[in-house]
Design a protein around this ligand. Sequence first.
Ligand code: FAD
Length: 506
Amino acid sequence: MTGRSIRRVVIVGGGTAGWMTAAALARLVKTPDVSIQLIESAEIGTVGVGESTLPHIRAFNERLGIDEAAFMKATRATFKLGIQFEDWGRIGDRYIHPFGDYGMPGGDAPFHHYWLKASAEADVGPIDDYSLPVVAAREGRFAPPSDNARSLMSTYGYAYQLDASLYARFLRTLSEAEGVERLEGRIVGTGQDGDSGLITGVEMESGSIVEGDLFIDCSGFRGLLIEQVLNAGFRDWSHWLPCDRAVAMPCATDQATVPYTRARALEAGWQFRIPLQHRVGNGYVYCSAFLSPDAATERLTGLLEGAPLNTPNHLRFTAGQRRRTWVGNCVAIGLSGGFIEPLESTSIYLIQQGITQLIALWPDRDFAPRAIDEYNRWMDLEFERIRDFIILHYCATERDDSELWNHVRTMTLPDSLSAKLELWREGGVVQEYRDGLFLHPSWVAVYLGQRVRPARWHPLADRRETAQLIPALARLRQTVASAAGHLPTQDAYIAGYCDWRTQEAS
Ligand SMILES: Cc1cc2nc3c(=O)[nH]c(=O)nc-3n(C[C@H](O)[C@H](O)[C@H](O)COP(=O)(O)OP(=O)(O)OC[C@H]3O[C@@H](n4cnc5c(N)ncnc54)[C@H](O)[C@@H]3O)c2cc1C
């Protein structure tokens, strides 16, 4: 610690972003000389949604030393092997974007080229049939992957479907045990240094001032500090991502839980279904230009698979990102930094990336501009890569049954996405990048799942004769089906590992 080290961290907001940040900083950064305070207002509350995650959350939890079974019991979580998309390319279409690969490890060309070649000659089934996580998900089965890189059981990862408010509570307990101080109340004002513009403190409704060196804005869509005080600006992506409202409503369930999230395209948006151990999270994400809140609520209510457990929760948002997510001594993490609609469950991942980069670039009280620029560059890259991938789900459609689908089918695309699409259409090549979401199999899943077929397969696939390829694929398909069939059902696995009711009983 030097004379200029950060000594007082103030986190504004106690939603998922606030408590993930608090827990990570408490476990990974805090020393006896550093205080961490978190301010939240029960009166304002949190968005109260955000239940489907990506596999990266496992690394986050592991880094914090969180026991998986205890966490899953506490958050009533289920496992997630991917997302099932229904009615996106055409009404009646269905595919799963898996957290895993297609085919077996090895091969000269990526597996989808062999599949493209074989399927031009014979009915070899959908590419989904060659992915263990897809087939296991469809059958409601789950077991953790193997570490043996040569095994089919190593070809996938997994994430969780969890109760977001219970996750925040779980992290709060952890954070407070590590010395984070929670302050309840509404922030009504902010103090800034006249020369540097740095935030010096926030004023509570009670009149007290909470001073700090570093402020982390986790205040949700309003961007209490980053926008309302520091005017960071906003990149508005609603032209490409026009959904701007959601209505969410959990419901009861008595069905077996499935290890995947469902995203069904509807007339003016799409519906999510996220199965937890004790209930199902549901929502209709829609475009307000084409649907009223009442009509959205009625549509969602009609699609519920069980009795509603709460009144409808209506949310508004604009897809986009802050122009700068770190300004001066304020870093925006969570919805305050931006929001791309929840189609691929990317928000919690972005929170995690924000925290990881902040720790990597941890400042002192000089707030070196180079580190701030690097943080903003990194978050821009993360956001833009996710943005393109989400837009792909909309533009790769043949649907023409509503105003929303006519708009997204014909809209001009960001240049970065057009380039990716052309590369794929020409020769089935996925643009590779090392950092950021999403990687090769994810793009293949959506391209093929939504009928974007390339003009040709890679010539390397021609090194295998079709006459040998077709029976080899048939054997592989059988191997995948058999491996999936031997896995326990997700419910059986959870019962033996992390049933939330056993926690209640103990
Ligand atoms: C419909 C929908 C579905 C979603 N689904 C997913 C999903 O499946 N997966 C995923 O990863 N993400 C999802 N998200 C995003 C996810 O909900 C958020 O990323 C996550 O909840 C984090 O929110 P937050 O903590 O940034 O903000 P919030 O939950 O809004 O928390 C803001 C906090 O700031 C406090 N606050 C605000 N103003 C003040 C003030 N003046 N004084 C004191 N305190 C204040 C509030 O009290 C609250 O504690 C979804 C979002 C929506 C809208």
